[in-house]
Design a protein around this ligand. Structure first.
Ligand code: ZN
Length: 509
């Protein structure tokens, strides 16, 4: 059966079952190893050197960067997260990046089925598959969403792989909290952790603070004026930024109940108490994250402008205006019992600047029970397969390629125990207007909500078929010419397989 929409099966149950407690979430980590961050930091230092004699101004308005989400399912197609979560995630991420006039537009959502990637994206097979997929999509940031980021290290929420140049995230992090992926995108654009060097090494107040971390990284001091080899130490130690305070991975395991002011005992090698920036996105104070520092923002911009990132700048993209305001539903009205369970028209008013509408429908208000989702270009759709005597809940999420923050309310209707005549159902699929002409011709104007092959039959007043032609239905308005007719009254019908989509009278003058 042809439909005018992409059909997206929604698996909320699996998506939410893994959320876990807030405690386990707070103990989560980013999977970028110290070795990988050494590479990442090196790129930042190279960019700093490349652009050192240039004045680089931030974009005056938001520059949008292409991003692709790969929503991976098992090989049997189960386990994929809902498309809505990508929109919610991008809404949150773009708010974080808006302060540097950068943002991400959704180049594409891919839906591959591959159990190896879904269950173990860091395994040999899974990682190789991701690399192949990444290679096939070079002009984009690539985020791969799987059930778990790294089964060998279950605490890993997400990671950036600098060798393959891609991000992997567990599905739970694709949510309305954008900080995890904003952090990984920070790595993608050359940022190391504010506590770089202390990953996997626990700072101990009772031991003298070393000047080099166990993984060989120069330790940052509290002082912003301390020199090292004739340059500011804060410019080269840890993450290489002077406006990100010294942090020895003090956020790891920091309980959200303790608030966002570090009050621990950490001291630098000069015995000065540390005052880390708990709100910095590249720290591990996971319940406090809010922003990038100004130097981090500059580094992100330099990386975006670097030759290594030229592939992200090859596609010209015209920014779409933001979608704002409230979505108004037309039919059915809230709490309404509709006239028949077998044909229910859902419709809403168009939203200015929307390109598509994500329609979600389910049998509970959380939209998780037997939920389905449809990405539509239209502002209505007719359901012919709903159950009798059932409460349905639905919501419409208008979006365009760079605006994801507008969502309609969830409303409900009820189906009765009875149906309506099939012609009424069919009539919703195809609308026709005529233009009669004087020279023995007519034109049928079709507005179809389905696609595929159909047949047009024209019969004269005594029931003889005088015309029988194929029609390829598509979603655009179509015109069918009917030529060489003797003036008179005719019957036309448009049929798809055994279903009559439309039947009516035609007068040729
Ligand atoms: Zn990280």
């Amino acid at each position: 059966m042809n439909k005018i929409y992409f059909y997206i099966t929604v698996f909320f149950v699996i998506g939410f079952a893994n959320v876990g407690t807030s405690q386990s979430k707070m103990a989560g980590i980013c999977g970028c190893t110290a070795e990988e961050q050494e590479q990442i930091k090196l790129r930042m230092l190279e960019n700093r050197e490349t652009f050192k004699n240039q004045t680089i101004l931030r974009p005056e308005s938001i520059t949008y960067i292409p991003i692709t989400y790969h929503l991976v399912a098992k090989s049997d197609g189960t386990g994929r997260i809902a498309l809505r979560r990508v929109f919610e995630n991008l809404c949150a991420i773009n708010k974080i990046y808006a302060t540097q006039n950068l943002g991400f537009y959704l180049k594409e959502v891919k839906s591959p089925n591959n159990t190896s990637v879904y269950e173990n994206p860091t395994g040999a097979l899974g990682a190789q598959t991701i690399k192949n997929w990444r290679t096939q999509n070079p002009n984009s940031v690539n985020i791969f969403c799987a059930s778990i980021a790294n089964p060998a290290e279950p605490g890993v929420l997400a990671f950036y792989n600098p060798n393959g140049d891609y991000i992997v995230t567990e599905n739970n992090q694709v949510s309305s909290n954008g900080t995890t992926l904003a952090h990984e995108l920070g790595h993608f654009f050359s940022l190391a952790h504010t506590f770089f060097g202390w990953e996997g090494n626990t700072y101990n107040c009772s031991l003298p603070t070393p000047t080099v971390t166990p993984s060989g990284v120069l330790v940052e001091y509290v002082s912003r004026t301390k020199m090292f080899n004739n340059q500011l130490l804060c410019k080269v130690a840890a993450d290489g930024f002077c406006d990100t305070q010294a942090d020895y991975n003090l956020g790891f395991g920091w309980p959200s109940s303790a608030g966002c002011v570090y009050s621990g005992c950490a001291k630098d090698p000069d015995n000065v108490p540390l005052d880390p920036d708990e709100k910095n996105i590249m720290s591990y104070f996971l319940s406090c994250l809010e922003y990038f520092s100004e130097e981090q923002k500059e580094a992100i911009l330099l990386d975006y402008l670097s030759s290594k990132r030229s592939s992200l700048r090859t596609i010209s993209y015209t920014t779409k205006p933001d979608i704002t305001g409230t979505l108004n539903y037309l039919t059915p009205s809230k709490n309404q019992t509709v006239s028949g369970y077998n044909s229910v028209l859902l419709s809403w008013e168009p939203m200015p600047n929307a390109e598509s509408y994500l329609l979600e429908i389910a049998e509970n208000s959380a939209l998780t029970l037997n939920s389905r989702a449809f990405l539509l270009k239209r502002t209505d759709t007719t359901f012919t397969d709903l159950k009798k005597n059932t409460n349905y809940y639905w919501r419409v999420y208008p979006m365009n390629q760079n605006s994801f923050c507008s969502s309609g309310a969830t409303i409900n209707f009820r189906t009765p125990s009875f149906g309506v005549a099939i012609q009424e159902t069919a009539a919703e699929k195809l609308k026709i207007s005529f233009l009669t002409r004087s020279n023995n011709e007519a034109q049928l104007y079709l507005q179809s909500s389905s696609t595929g092959h159909a047949k047009l039959f024209i019969q004269n007043i005594v029931g003889a078929t005088i015309k029988n032609s194929n029609v390829d239905l598509d979603l655009k308005n179509q015109i069918i010419d009917i030529e060489n007719c003797v003036p008179g009254v005719y019957t036309y019908s448009i049929q798809q397989e055994n279903e009559v989509l439309k039947i009516g009278k035609l007068i040729i003058q």
